[in-house]
Ligand binder design. Structure first.
Ligand code: C2G
Length: 448
């Protein structure tokens, strides 16, 4: 009996998939079909899979062509499967020609003709017109965002708004994005949604006007610098049925999310301490180090450490205090301590001081450590008193890591959700409230 094995995601199962399975089956007597898991697809950069694993398996089963269906979970599994199931032939579509020649060591490799004119990507795009996104601002984060957006299907960057810089330009998919200078209203008319990446003090105004014009908003960090402003914007979004999300990239990364779910499931027992730091050493003349509204280390960086703190310990802290080194009217370094009924958190942020950028979460049974830069999490360790029990976890962190937030934003807009469970309204309001308290010194701020 000749055994054939083939693999795929089989998202939005279509004629191309069916033809491929038929051709693969004709090569032998017994067909094994591997269907990728959602996490394996994420790892290999497929971010937009619509159907879940069970639906995709069901679609393959319904063809009646597969004699056995297996789940593909990791890179290198094809070799294991070929040996485990005694496959004689590995078959795959011609779009992969040459890519699986390394399997010839284990069995025959056949590249089958691909069906032209149909693909899951096309079907996904046909299901919903691409979201026309406008970008406010054209600094380095906006440029990185545009590069990352090109990796997410279903999003098109249509317009750039920058009223202050005559030379402002943004390139998307190799082309210059149409630029609007003084006319925010015209810019908003040209798009469905807005990504706000202008200086922080301008966020509130741009977000508000975009929401009033019926546009969904993804706003860079720091979102806004007062809880009253944050609340007002969420009310506007809710009244108009719009999505309002904050582009705090760490919140949407696969590793960070697994870290949170592991901790919530009790791997280190009760969480007693969260310690994290984020420092960016900037030149003295950088805009962010100048005494102006919205500048300084706390405003610039605090949302990063506050993300794990608020997510793990909640927003009901009992006490908060700061020690800051101020130079020329701006905090170039701040250490903050937050006290909870049965836990404590502290973090350091700096623009004029450099620290180790790791995160340690301590618990009653062990601790979790993420090496610097923890906010770009792709690896962490859970450690115990007995080192034999320690565990290491590795994850993909594709590109600049912004594609995850872009994908979540697109999914929230399409699903008609106001925000995303990965970074909630409550957390964003709490972060804005802490920025306000620091600015107003309504809680202890010791200046050194
Ligand atoms: N296919 C095809 N014609 C199309 C579209 C897809 O013949 N118009 C084939 C692909 O070449 C592949 C199979 O259908 O052999 C499944 O395609 P996808 O679902 O896109 O999966 P893919 O990303 O190609 O998975 O481990 C996974 C495999 O490496 C490939």
């Amino acid at each position: 009996m000749k055994r054939v094995i083939t693999y795929g995601t089989y998202d939005l199962f279509h004629e191309g998939h069916l033809n491929l399975l038929r051709r693969a089956k004709e090569l032998g007597d017994y067909l094994i079909v591997g269907v990728t898991t959602d996490s394996f697809d994420l790892e290999r950069g497929k971010l937009n899979v619509c159907d879940n694993l069970m639906d995709r398996i069901e679609a393959v089963r319904a063809t009646g062509l597969a004699d056995r269906i297996v789940i593909e979970e990791y890179q290198g599994q094809k070799i294991d499967d070929i040996q485990k199931y005694g496959a004689d032939i590995f078959a795959i579509g011609s779009d992969w020609t040459g890519k699986f020649d390394y399997l010839r060591e284990y069995c025959e490799v056949v590249y089958l003709p691909r069906t032209e004119g149909i693909s899951s990507t096309q079907l996904r795009e046909r299901r919903a017109a691409p979201m026309r996104l406008g970008v406010v601002g054209s600094g380095s984060i906006a440029r990185r965002f545009a590069d990352e957006a090109a990796c997410v299907s279903g999003v098109d960057i249509e317009a750039l708004y920058n009223p202050v810089d005559e030379r402002a330009a943004l390139s998307y998919n190799g082309e210059a994005v149409r630029r609007y200078t003084g006319e925010y209203g015209e810019f908003l008319d040209a798009v469905d949604a807005v990504y706000v990446a202008s200086p922080p003090v301008t966020h509130y105004g741009y977000v508000r006007e975009a929401l009033l014009s019926g546009k969904h908003v993804l706003c860079e960090t720091p979102f806004v610098l007062s809880d009253a402003e944050a609340r007002e914007l969420y009310v506007l979004a809710e009244e108009r049925g719009l999505t309002l999300m904050v582009a705090l990239k760490t919140a949407y990364c696969p590793a960070f999310n697994h870290l949170i779910t592991l901790l919530k499931s009790g791997v280190i027992g009760d969480i007693v301490d969260v310690t994290a730091s984020v420092t960016t050493l900037l030149p003295d003349d950088d805009r962010r180090r100048k005494a102006a509204v919205g500048s300084g280390s706390f405003n610039e960086n605090s949302c990063f450490p506050l993300l794990p703190i608020l997510r793990l310990l909640g927003t009901d802290y009992e006490d908060i205090r700061f020690v800051s080194r101020f130079r020329e009217g701006v905090d170039e370094y701040t250490r903050c301590m937050m006290q909870y009924p049965a836990a404590v958190a502290s973090f350091q942020v700096g623009l004029g001081v450099k620290t180790e950028g790791n995160m340690v979460i301590s618990g009653s049974k062990g601790y979790l450590i993420v090496p610097a830069p923890w906010w770009k999490t792709d690896y962490f360790e859970v450690r115990y008193e007995n080192p034999a029990e320690n565990r290491k976890f590795f994850y993909p962190y594709a590109g600049e890591g912004l594609r995850y937030e872009i994908k979540e934003f697109l999914m929230a807009v399409r699903a008609g959700k106001m925000d995303c469970v990965k970074l909630t309204e409550g957390e964003n309001v709490a972060m804005a409230a802490i920025c306000r308290m620091f600015k107003e010194e309504s809680v202890p701020v010791v200046k050194i």
